[in-house]
Write a protein that binds this ligand. Structure first.
Ligand code: ZN
Ligand code: ZN
Length: 662
């Protein structure tokens, strides 16, 4: 019942006009844009200048270099403030800790992440204002470390000036003109997040400078100022801003029941989120008492707070993609580490290197203690799709003694999905390794009564690879030819009367596959044992790592299709190399803000897409073990029908579509 209240409130959210489209040409309200908007990362040069000023002071005082210590304080405060926002952001994305207490169940999409990319502009602005303040009021440079009287003074100025000033200015910002000129930007973020606090116009942050500046400067001018007050007030201010914009309710309701007065003094994430959903209420800075005095408090706040903070359950996903960590560097490519880095395809970046040692320790801790956990999600056609991660790294899958532990993790995840009512769980990458668990067969045999369907999704992987191959090709060279995908690709191509040169040293395995083909087609499958055999063949399908020497046998102009993980290094300049099989999710996907490893935005590995198709089709069979060659066309057609798209980097040629009968 109470859940309905939240839904009703969310539905009642006032539609925010997209200023860029609805009011095109009018985004130039005075002081709307940031002066350094077009300078990219050069904006941080200001801090370099501050550091230089600290290290090489131009003016010396009696205390030597002490004269520039205020530069150090501004720098330190900037770093601490940035860190505080980052930690809140990380916590907000730790769905495995807080999924039941999320206020909005929607995900933050790429559009919002991009819009909030420069959320830290206000930190630069505040630092500039602080420099100006130091220049204007030299008394600021000689503050004592501590003065206890300052606490009361600062608090009084905050309650007596900052709170009411902010309250009335905020209400003013919601007047029609100011809202459509400025405040709409802050409200354009669909799901509140600590970075949303920084997502506002230049003018609004200038005003916020006054709100935050009055208690600090006031305390100094009265004579009770100190460095401790300066740090404490600014960091507490940030803390409360983050709290209000967090999408996770962190204040337990019983705290308000035990200390009733507190509910009028401090707001909560639910409180400010209500303002973002219903903009006619809850305007205060941090203290609800001002909304009570102004008669603008949302009457449903207490009930909502109680419901969200004590919620024990959340929506169950319909589909789960069960991944694992690739390596230490890739482990940093998760939304709860750096969400902006996670919103672009993974590649090794210089700034990651300092994080390698602590992440290595985290890996060990995960190995010892962690269970499979939820890392990201999106919604598709009203159903929740989640990605869970087995707490194991790629290299661990190659340690024979680690296999049992990994299978246990996968099994527990499948059973948990079964209990939750998940319809399809798709095994990613090495989680479906043949040698580990027979492509998922192990779990199906052990638990024959599973309601959740287990899928390896590789039928679609095969379909994607096969549909990249131009129709006029009559001979291909295939490595990894007796693997799960290799076998299916070979048998499918033989049906299309394509000659397949299957590289394998095992005649026994080759013959086993050849016998699966109808007798009249068996001649299309040819065993080869050396790369030299393919020196006339311009279509290579690589399912195994190839060395530069092996690649050198390909004739000029060869296209390398591949299903080898990690992909081969393209040594040949005169050849072209395809990427790993992948598909773009349907356009109506919602709340997607995370890139799947090296995939582009909105693109997932073909096996992930295969699981999605399995779920959307409502198929009742498990997709485990060997690939059913008869299903390849069926899965491909279903994927296209549901709006999944093959990637454009492949050969765009309608005639190359084997799957759909022409
Ligand atoms: Zn507002
Ligand atoms: Zn807000």
């Amino acid at each position: 019942m109470e859940g309905e209240k939240v839904t009703t409130l969310i539905q009642a959210r006032i539609t925010i006009p997209d200023k860029r489209t609805a009011f095109s040409g009018t985004t130039t309200a005075p002081l709307f844009a940031w002066p350094w908007e077009h300078y990219g990362n050069y904006k941080y040069l200001f801090y370099v200048a501050l550091l230089a000023k600290y290290l090489y002071p131009t003016t010396t005082t009696e205390e030597g270099t002490e004269g520039s210590s205020w530069c150090l304080h501004i720098l330190l405060l900037f770093l601490l403030r940035g860190l505080l926002y980052q930690l809140w952001s990380s916590y907000d994305y730790m769905f495995f800790l807080n999924r039941t207490r999320r206020i909005s169940e929607e995900g933050i999409d790429f559009k919002q992440i991009d819009a909030e990319w420069n959320w830290d502009n206000f930190l630069i602005l505040h630092a500039i204002v602080a420099v100006l303040a130091y220049w204007s009021f030299p008394s600021l440079t000689n503050l004592p470390l501590w003065d206890g009287r300052g606490i009361f003074c600062c608090l009084a100025l905050h309650i007596g000036v900052s709170e009411p000033v902010y309250y009335w200015l905020h209400r003013l910002l919601h007047s029609p003109n100011l809202f459509t000129d400025y405040h709409w930007l802050h409200h354009s973020s669909k799901v509140s997040h600590p970075f949303t606090a920084g997502h506002a116009t230049f003018l609004e942050h200038l005003v916020l400078c006054i709100v935050i500046g009055v208690p600090i400067l006031g305390t100094v001018f009265i004579g009770y100022g100190s460095i401790s007050i300066l740090y404490s007030y600014v960091l507490l201010f940030d803390m409360l801003r983050c709290l209000g914009h967090s999408n996770v309710e962190v204040i337990p309701h019983h705290l308000f029941e035990n200390i009733p007065l507190l509910r009028y003094l401090v707001y909560t994430p639910t409180y400010h989120n209500i303002h973002h959903m219903d903009m006619r209420t809850n305007f205060c800075l941090f203290m609800p008492v001002y909304d009570i005095l102004g008669k603008t408090i949302n009457t449903r706040y207490w009930d909502l707070h109680k419901e969200i903070s004590s919620r024990k359950k959340t929506s169950a996903p319909g589909f789960v993609f069960l991944g694992h960590v690739v390596d230490i560097m890739a482990a940093l490519h998760t939304p709860f580490v750096f969400r902006s880095f996670n919103s672009i395809p993974f590649s090794k970046k210089f700034f990651l290197f300092p994080f390698w040692p602590p992440t290595f320790l985290v890996m060990l801790a995960m190995w010892a203690k962690s269970k499979t956990f939820l890392v990201s999600f999106y919604n598709l056609r009203g159903r929740l799709h989640q990605t869970w991660v087995v707490p194991r790294f790629g290299f661990q899958y190659f340690l024979p003694f680690a296999a049992d532990g990994i299978n246990k993790q996968i099994e527990e995840a499948i059973l948990r999905a079964d209990r939750l009512g998940v319809k399809v769980i798709s095994l990613a990458a090495l989680n479906k390794n043949e040698s580990l668990n027979g492509g998922g067969t192990l779990f199906i045999n052990k638990h024959p009564d599973l309601k959740v369907r287990v899928a390896h999704g590789n039928t679609l992987t095969a379909a994607v690879i096969l549909n990249e191959i131009p129709r006029d090709v009559n001979e291909v060279f295939l490595t990894g030819s007796t693997s799960k995908l290799g076998r299916a690709i070979a048998l499918y191509l033989a049906r299309r009367r394509v000659r397949v040169l299957m590289l394998t040293q095992s005649t026994e395995r080759f013959l086993k596959i050849q016998k699966e083909a109808p007798e009249e087609l068996q001649k299309f499958l040819v065993q080869v044992t050396k790369y030299q055999a393919a020196k006339q063949c311009k279509t290579w399908i690589i399912g195994k790592w190839t060395t530069p020497r092996e690649q050198s046998w390909a004739p000029s102009g060869t296209h390398f299709h591949q299903f080898v993980v990690p992909p081969v290094i393209p040594f040949r300049r005169d050849c072209t190399f395809g990427k790993l099989a992948a598909m773009r999710l349907p356009e109506d996907v919602e709340g997607l803000g995370s890139c799947e490893y090296t995939m582009e935005r909105g693109v997932v590995h073909a096996c992930h897409a295969g699981g999605v198709v399995h779920f959307l089709e409502g198929w009742k069979h498990h997709e485990v073990g060997a690939i059913d060659v008869d299903q390849i066309d069926v899965v491909w057609k279903a994927a296209l029908r549901h709006g999944l798209k093959p990637m454009q980097n492949f050969i765009v040629d309608k005639s190359c579509n084997w799957g759909i009968s022409q």
